[in-house]
Design a protein around this ligand. Structure first.
Ligand SMILES: NC(=O)C1=CN([C@@H]2O[C@H](COP(=O)(O)OP(=O)(O)OC[C@H]3O[C@@H](n4cnc5c(N)ncnc54)[C@H](OP(=O)(O)O)[C@@H]3O)[C@@H](O)[C@H]2O)C=CC1
Ligand SMILES: O=C(CO)COP(=O)(O)O
Ligand SMILES: [Zn+2]
Length: 352
């Protein structure tokens, strides 16, 4: 008997483009959500977009409430849950970078309420995914959370964000190459389930971004358009896989470990980008494609070295040798690298 089943949770409305923040009410009303909206943001996103979202709901006759969280923590998730319960919220909107969006996703998951994602930075591919991460305690990687019912990505807002946030988003996408390689390796060696559709979509997303690298330039709104579409596509790949596997391999383990060792270090995307140079080397050797990964990152202005991340060489080696402990996810790091091998990989690739 045929017993396979799949359940893919995707957003109903993905609205991307110039000025679409002004269409928030339109995009949300199509979802038939009821009750009070709670707008969750962090300080800068609140100023650049959150206030406008609240005003739109007020003007449209809703009774919105808002909360501004300062940091990515379980306390912040709880604050949002408590506030939502106090005001009897009907649905949640997360307005911001990865921090605000993930906290809202996790709170919505706990509350069983609908969630709308309003990114203010094209900095990571969690804007569409049903994954949330709070970098606190031992768990640094994402866990299942409420996927957005709608995504409203205004390229005018995204283009005004600091450029480094956009290059971080590009690097998060470029890291899909090694993530897919790790996933395929785990499939071959450990019989981990591999989705051809999700793997192909994730890889194609990285290829298309790299091919468009010449058009990704500071000051061009078109760049935000290209990057956010790639972030959406990568998030869809995660939704198809029902896992972050298509977009997260050993380069992400390395980044999560850096977050443990250096809280408030570099941006997520920048860390995974540098990680992917080294893990590509581990996959394909000295004459392999690690130079392509490095050159693609350099072309869009993302860091390619420990210096560029502002992280010292010793910490990079410590993160590489201990990254496999982050979670039960088989990658090219296997049961862990020796210090000598880590120094070799980081030196040959010019990361240290
Ligand atoms: N769930 C998933 O699938 C994924 C989750 N992630 C997670 O996302 C996080 C990384 O996201 P990231 O966006 O880099 O982190 P943050 O949300 O911390 O944003 C980075 C910085 O950008 C600021 N910012 C955001 N938007 C603007 C803007 N328009 N103008 C000026 N400044 C702005 C923020 O300000 P402020 O300090 O005021 O908030 C913050 O200082 C990580 O925690 C990572 O784990 C990453 C990939 C996938
Ligand atoms: O960052 C992600 C994908 O880009 C999410 O991956 P993790 O599950 O490793 O947190
Ligand atoms: Zn990522």
């Amino acid at each position: 008997m045929f017993e396979k089943r799949t359940w893919i949770r995707l957003p109903r409305n993905v609205v991307v483009g110039h000025g679409v923040l002004g269409q928030t009410i339109e995009a949300v009303s199509e979802l038939h959500l009821t009750g009070r909206p709670l707008i969750v943001s962090s300080p800068t996103p609140h100023d650049v977009a959150g206030k406008r979202v609240v005003e739109q709901f007020e003007d449209a006759g809703y009774d919105p409430s808002e909360i501004v969280i300062e940091e990515a923590s379980f306390d912040a998730v709880q604050q949002v849950i408590d506030h939502a319960s106090d005001i009897d919220a009907g649905f949640l909107l997360g307005v911001g970078g990865g921090k605000a969006i993930d906290i809202t996703k996790m709170a919505a998951d706990d509350l069983g309420l609908g969630f709308v994602s309003v990114p203010t930075a094209a900095s990571h591919d969690g804007i569409v995914s049903g994954r949330g991460s709070v970098p606190e305690g031992d768990t640094r990687h994402s866990v299942a959370a409420e996927p957005p019912l709608a995504v409203i990505a205004d390229t005018e807002v995204l283009a005004e964000a600091p450029w480094r946030l956009t290059t971080a988003g590009c690097a998060d996408i470029i890291s899909n190459y090694t993530a897919v390689r790790d996933w395929q390796l785990a499939h071959r060696l450990k019989n981990v389930h591999y989705s051809e559709y999700a793997g192909a979509l994730s890889q194609m997303t990285a290829e298309m971004l790299v091919e468009s690298a010449d058009s990704i330039k500071q000051g061009l709104e078109e760049s935000s358009w290209i990057v956010v579409k790639a972030l959406v596509s990568s998030g869809v790949a995660m939704s198809i896989a029902d896992s972050s596997r298509p977009a997260s391999g050993a380069e992400h383990l390395f980044s999560h470990q850096l977050d443990r060792l250096v809280p408030d270090g570099a941006l997520h995307g920048h860390q995974v980008g540098v990680g992917s140079i080294m893990t590509e080397y581990l996959h394909s050797g000295q004459k392999g494609k690690w130079k392509d990964a490095r050159d693609a990152l350099a072309a869009i202005g993302a860091p390619t070295t420990a210096d560029g991340l502002g992280i010292d060489d010793e910490t990079v080696i410590e993160a590489l040798t201990t990254a496999h402990q982050i979670r039960d996810r088989y990658t090219v790091l296997g049961d862990g690298m020796s210090e000598e091998a880590a120094i070799e990989a980081a030196t040959v690739t010019g990361v240290i």
